[in-house]
Every structure is written in structure tokens, then in C-alpha cells.
Design a protein. Sequence first.
Length: 368
Amino acid sequence: MQCNETADLAELTDLVYGCLFGECSWQEFLDRLATTVPNGKAAFHYHDFTEPIARVPYMSGFSSSEIDQFTKHFASVNPWIPRTSLVHVGRGVTGEDLLPRNLLIKTEFYNDWLKPQAGCETAVGVTVIREPTRTFVLSTCTSSVDTALNRRAADLYTALSPHLKRMADFLRKADVTLGPGRAGLSLFDAIGTGLIYVSENRLARSLNESAKQMIAGGAPVRVTANGRLGFQLNEMTERLEYLTSRHSAHVEPHVSVVKGSDDALYRVTLIRMKSDIFLELLNGPTVAVIVEPMTATRPYVREERLMENFKLTRKETRIASGLLTGLTPKEMALADGVSYETVRTHLKSIYAKLQVNSQAALVALLMR
């Protein structure tokens, strides 16, 4: 038995580093881990104590129905999870270490999910990561009620845990130092567009040079003293807060046209990036913030010249300039904080002064 346990540890350790460097998959790791106990069903599961559901990014042996029931309800009544906070991170435990069996078999978790659905009696596992409001656990459910056998399995988890922690630390550091799409930062610099990668809690992880210059020059984006990204518009900040939270799902990119303190218009795009689910659970989501200055399509066209040549008011000139840069009336209304009807009224006045009857004709005239 000792020989088998040594072989299990050696093979599982190799698989951890193999997963880390792309030589194998976490599925292969869990499939092998499940064989270390009778009728084993293994899983990585993530629990955020601020929400009722759990996440199970990788599992072996469980059916989709079993996992669905677990994540949506039974994780919240799992009597083991709250008790893991009393055990040191990295120490392998059995279900009986956390809750005596005579109490477990009286629970809803055991009677409605563990025994009838998963076909198991207990579990062994280890907490890989613990933070104030969340925990990341590796565990295997088993049909074994042999306390000595389950104890040896828990000891295997203890021996495996330093490698799992090293793996998690490596992924986190690599994500911070290399970042998502680092080459994209310089690429966006080349086209004069700001690019900011933002992580959980709106933390600005990296900015390209264009973004830094725009922020310094009055763009509607700001970085607080504690490194959090925000906008002059509260609704934009709230949208970023949602996108960088673990509660949000992947959604369509959000685009707004916003006026900066320099009185210029910027198109700001927020994109929730897709990444490896394991890494996202470790580090949280990443949002790319793209900031584009809405400059005129012809540099020599300036508001002063429009006012002088066409006798437009300053408000009408701003709207005419916006059309030249490709903005729609609705985008200009949003950027200036006025109604769409107000912009339309100004447009009608512009049409009358310049004797045109469409946006296309207006742009053609202004571009001469």
C-alpha cells in the first residue's frame, strides 16, 4: 500500500506540472486522482461565500446533472465547506475530520445529493486557496467508509498540496507579469489608442503609453491613488464594476461616447475578455478598456473655421464636427448629456443654415 501511495504521489505531481506547462490537461489529472479511492469522483470547486452557488470548472466521474444540482443548491447546504475554514490551507482532510458521520447522515446534503445522486458516502480533500470571502478546494467523493483508507488518501492530498499551491502562485504571477495580450499594448500605441487591462475590483493592471497620455491630458478616464480605474460618468464606472466582478457572465462589449475634461470626445469600449476558467477563478476576470479620441477625419477642419465659414453657433459647430468624426446623433446626445431630440433640433438648424437636407449632404459640404 505504501508503494502504491508513493507511486500515486509521484504520478499526480508530474501531472500537476504537466498541466501547468500544457503537456496534459486538468481532466487527466482529475481522472487519475479519482482512482486513488474506491468509486472516486474528483473535482476542483470554487466557493464565493457572498453568493449561493458554487463553480466547478473541472471534474471527473460526476454527471452533468449531479454537478448542476450541486452548484445551484447543494453546495450552499454542504456542511463541510464552512468547516474547512477551521483547517489549515494545504492540510488534507476527510469528511469525518470536518463533521462526525452520525451528524453527516442526518443532513440534506447527504440524503438528497451525496448518497442518492453521487452514490458516495464521504469525501477527502484539501483547500488550495483561502481568502476572506472565497475558497478553492480540490476534493474527491468516495463510497469508502474505511476510515484508515480515507486517512491515507487525505495524507496524499497533504503531500500534493505544496505542488498545487506552487502551480496557483505561478499562474497568478505569470498572469500579472505577462498579462493578457501584452503585445496588444504596443499595437494600440501604434494607432494612437489607449488600452487598459483591468482586473477584479476595477484594479488597473496595465496601461499602454497612449492611455497614460490621454489620462494626463483630460480623457474621461482616471486611476485613483489605490490603482482603481473609474470614469467621469458614474454609469460607466458601475458598468466596469459589474464586468470585473466574479458574479458577471461574459456579455457583449459596451461602447459609450464620453466627453473628457479637455472638452474632447472619446469612444470608450469595455470588453470582458475570455480566459482559461481555472486562471479566471484564481485571479478574477479581466476587462480590456479601449479609449479612442474622436478626432476629425480631416485635421485642418476646426471648430473655429466652421463657425467662421458657416455662421454656426458653438453648439451647432460641435454637432457638425461630431458628424465629421463618424459619431451618430444618439452618441453625441449621450456624450453631451442632452436628449436625442435636442441634437435633432440643432441638426435642423444646421441644415437650414447650410441649405442641405441630410447628414450625408452636410458631411460632403463640410469636407470640401
